[in-house]
Design a protein around this ligand. Structure first.
Ligand code: PAZ
Length: 325
């Protein structure tokens, strides 16, 4: 059982007043500003996809940190479907987690070198079956990069993530209802304030290690109310106890007032998700389940991905929302 906490809970304002920004923040924000100016002119819808897990360092000179399971599959896959749907994409992801397009050649599931053949002439050939797939992925990747439709930026710690999300959402606010936030990153709920971090590697030899963490501030509220009002915000809720999924999603919508929570269970997340939304006029919530056969293939004979259905539905709902906003 978790023990009762004696530590303080930071409001968002207190958090940003006391925790230092990452050193690359200004540079990252300048690049986003350029992207936003460009796409204000193109008139495109823009999505911010967050992806992968955040770390919580236990020391200032970081040797140890807390992490989570997220590989960034959901975010990287979704970014590709958003691009196909015509969105300009800011892909804000955990450093070294999966990325759109290159995810198809993950070193653990589909090592790139195994697709290549070294000819006696010294030329390199791609195996027959893999060739057409690679051509397609490469063409989509080059197109996304060269057309300025995909902009990537990275975070590592939960602190990096919070500072970046605040700064980027303030920049995106000028696009009003054309912006969709797709917050799929697995963000730590707890952190250690910098002021309580040990400078050097925590030493062993003094018995067990007790660490008391503070709660990460709930930043969806200021994001929806202050940093980027009028935007379409979709958050994710992950649970391992299926009974908690709907009530937690409903509570989140009520507390933050955003548009959709997509609920998923850790073990079923690749095959079933639930969209939970709330009518702000009377507080009633609606749940829509999306389920797919784990062995299903798409029209090109590749394993089907539930993100295809998620993005199709979000595009439909975002468009409908733009009409009335
Ligand atoms: O990165 P991944 O594909 O392995 O997992 C995706 C996910 C489960 C992290 C995402 O769908 C999600 O639920 N993100 C929010 C997690 C949470 O903070 O509740």
């Amino acid at each position: 059982m978790p023990s009762e906490s004696t530590s303080s809970n930071f409001s968002a304002d207190e958090y940003f007043a006391t925790q230092p920004p990452p050193p690359t923040l200004e540079h990252d924000v300048a690049a986003v500003r350029e992207f936003v100016v460009h796409h204000s002119a193109t008139g495109r819808k823009v999505v911010l996809v967050t992806s992968g897990g955040t770390t919580v360092p236990l020391e200032l000179n970081v040797v140890r940190f807390l992490d989570n399971f997220s590989a960034g599959t959901r975010g990287a896959t979704s970014a590709e479907y958003f691009l196909s749907a015509g969105y300009a994409v800011i892909f804000m992801h955990r450093q070294f987690s999966l990325q759109p397009f290159s995810r198809h050649y993950s070193h653990s599931t589909n090592p790139f070198l195994d697709l290549l053949e070294l000819e006696p002439s010294g030329n390199i050939e791609v195996h027959g079956k893999s060739r057409s797939e690679l051509v397609e992925v490469l063409a989509a990747y080059k197109n996304a990069r060269e057309s300025g439709m995909l902009h990537s930026m990275t975070f590592v710690t939960v602190n990096d993530y919070l500072w970046l999300l605040r700064a980027v959402s303030k920049e995106l606010a000028v696009l009003h209802n054309r912006v969709l936030y797709y917050l799929a990153a697995a963000v730590s709920d707890f952190f250690l304030p910098r002021q309580r971090l040990s400078e050097h590697k925590i030493q062993s030899g003094k018995g067990s290690l007790l660490i008391e963490m503070d709660q990460v501030p709930k930043i969806l509220k200021p994001m929806v109310d202050e940093w980027s009002p009028n935007s379409f915000v979709v958050s994710f809720k992950l649970e391992t106890d299926p009974a908690l999924l709907i009530p937690k999603a409903q509570a989140s919508l009520e507390r933050y007032g955003h548009q959709i929570v997509i609920g998923n269970d850790l073990h079923q997340r690749k095959f079933q998700v639930v969209f939970v939304s709330r009518d702000p006029r009377n507080g009633t919530t609606t749940e829509t389940w999306f389920r797919m056969d784990p062995h299903a293939v798409d029209e090109r004979g590749r394993p089907r991905e539930i993100e295809q259905d998620i993005i199709a539905e979000l595009v439909r709902r975002h468009d409908a929302w733009i009409q009335v906003k």
